[in-house]
Design a protein. Structure first.
Length: 225
C-alpha cells in the first residue's frame, strides 16, 4: 500500500510531472491530490491524467483550515511543494511537521528566502559569481526556505551560462532528486520512522587522498573570469 501524498504547485509543474512519472514506474508514494493557488499548467498535468486537483484561495479567511480539511479527506500523510510560491499555512505546518518537503533550485542557504524562486534564483547565482549551484530538498516550516536540509546535489555554473541554461541543467537534477527524496520519505513513513530521509553525499575522493589536493590545484588552471 503506497503512502498518500499531496503536492502543492503554482507554476509549470515539471517537478510534479517527474513525481507522477516516478509513481507510475513504482514508488512508495502516490500523489492523491494536487492543490494549486492559481490557474497554472501544473493543474492541467494532473487533470490530463484524470487525477484530483483542487484550486484554493490561500488569501481567503479560513484557507488554512480548509486546506487541512482537504488533506485529511484524502488521507494525506505527507506534502510535496513542487514550485509552490506561497508559505504553507501554519495549521498545515503544525499538522505535518517533518512531513512537508520543498525543492529549491540552488544550494540553500545560498540564494533562498522570500522572493527567491524560479528564474530569479539563477539570476542571483550568476550575478554573485558562484561557481557551483545545485538543488536542495528541505523540510518546510513557516518561513521561506529555512527548514532542515534533507538532500543536496551540486550543479556547476559554467562561464557561458545564462539564467535559462543554468535553470535547465538544475531542473534536470531536480527531476531526479525530488522523486527519490519523496520515495525515501514515503518509505520512512511506511515503517513509522518520523525522521527525515537519510541522505549521504556519495564521497569519491577522501579528504586524506592526495588526489583532492591535485584536483583543487588543477581547478585554478583555467582562464580567470
Ligand atoms: C523549480 O525550479 C523549483 O525548484 C522552483 O520553481 C521551479 C518550479 O518549476 N522552486 C522555487 O524556486 C521555490 N523557492 P516546475 O513548476 O516546472 O516544477
Amino acid at each position: 500500500m503506497s503512502v498518500a501524498f499531496a503536492a502543492f504547485a503554482s507554476g509549470s509543474g515539471t517537478n510534479l510531472e517527474a513525481l507522477l512519472e516516478r509513481e507510475e514506474r513504482g514508488a512508495a508514494y502516490r500523489i492523491a491530490l494536487l492543490v494549486v493557488d492559481r490557474a497554472c499548467p501544473a493543474e492541467g498535468r494532473m487533470q490530463r491524467r484524470g487525477r484530483m486537483a483542487a484550486r484554493l484561495d490561500f488569501g481567503a479567511a479560513g484557507a488554512g483550515r480548509e486546506l487541512a480539511r482537504l488533506l485529511s479527506e484524502h488521507g494525506v500523510r505527507g506534502v510535496l511543494l513542487a514550485g509552490f510560491l506561497r508559505l504553507v499555512p501554519s495549521e498545515v505546518c503544525r499538522a505535518f511537521d517533518g512531513r512537508i518537503l520543498n525543492i529549491h533550485p540552488a544550494l540553500l542557504p545560498a540564494f533562498g528566502g522570500k522572493g527567491m524562486y524560479g528564474r530569479r534564483v539563477h539570476v542571483a547565482a550568476l550575478a554573485s559569481g558562484a561557481k557551483i549551484s545545485g538543488v536542495t530538498v528541505h523540510l518546510v516550516n513557516e518561513r521561506y526556505d529555512e527548514g532542515r536540509i534533507v538532500a543536496q546535489w551540486p550543479v556547476p555554473v559554467l562561464a557561458s551560462d545564462t539564467p535559462d541554461s543554468l535553470a535547465a541543467r538544475v531542473l534536470e537534477v531536480e527531476h531526479l532528486l525530488y522523486p527519490a527524496a519523496a520515495d525515501a520519505l514515503a518509505r520512512s513513513l511506511e515503517c513509522g520512522d518520523m525522521r527525515p530521509p537519510a541522505f549521504r553525499w556519495p564521497v569519491g575522493i577522501s579528504e586524506t587522498d592526495g588526489a583532492l589536493g591535485q584536483a583543487i590545484e588543477g581547478a585554478f588552471d583555467g582562464a580567470g573570469v
